[in-house]
Design a protein. Sequence first.
Length: 290
Amino acid sequence: MIVHLPKSTEVPTGITAAGLNSLSREQTISVLGGQFGKCLIEWAANHVSPFWWIRQSPLGPMVCNNGSSFFLEIDDRLFAVTASHVYSGFLRGKEISGRNIKCKIGNLDFDPIARLRGHSVGVDIVTFDISKEELEVIGKQAIVSTSALWPPPHPFTGQTAMVAGFPGEGRLWLNQQSISFGLYIGRQPVGTASDHSITCPLEREHWIEVGGLRSMPEGSDLGGISGGPLLLPMEANGVWSLSLGGVISEAPAGLIETIVSVPSHFIGRDGGVLDRRSAPVKFAVRASES
């Protein structure tokens, strides 16, 4: 299933993905500050889920840690994706707690060790096999591609991008059996896009409040969004879709307000994770409609 922007969405007249990237700040606020921008945010939210684990601490209370994850389908094969350091955090927790640890993706019990599909030393991406039935339980959507079209176009400086994930600061215990995760979705232009990393500075002077959503307070800690997707709104012949630009690797904390992602071309067509020598080089191009 290829996920497109809902047909009921009213896209401002004449707006294309390429045009969206060339708007002035005032024009961008006009386009993304209304219903269209709100729909993009809701659309992005359908693709990201918390990757979390809970364990018994030596002192008695339950301890919860989390990163973020998303789902990718290539040629009808489905994978869950997160950052490698998020998976390493789970493994450290397992070393401490042994069997007294449980991992979940959303509300789905998940054994990441048994489902491990691909990882590579020095590349902060890890992939897992997951079924479509399990994705239905999680209630999320996959980013869909084919091997012929993979990897997707590389982001370029100034391109409109969306990042999504679940900051640890947003976790809230509702009771002893229930926990809530707060979702962060940000829209900011790409700052730099090399073969190995993509940066998105949080340029507050360019922020757009959408649908009454409040901006993130300065100095907030977004730790926990690692493993979430960097999404690129794309358009062809009036049909909008989301392309995967990369996997979030570093989250802002304190005065450092830049999100760093690993480019999606490090994910192989078979769902494996490529190393820096075997990953195809994807050069940034200004066209964003194909």
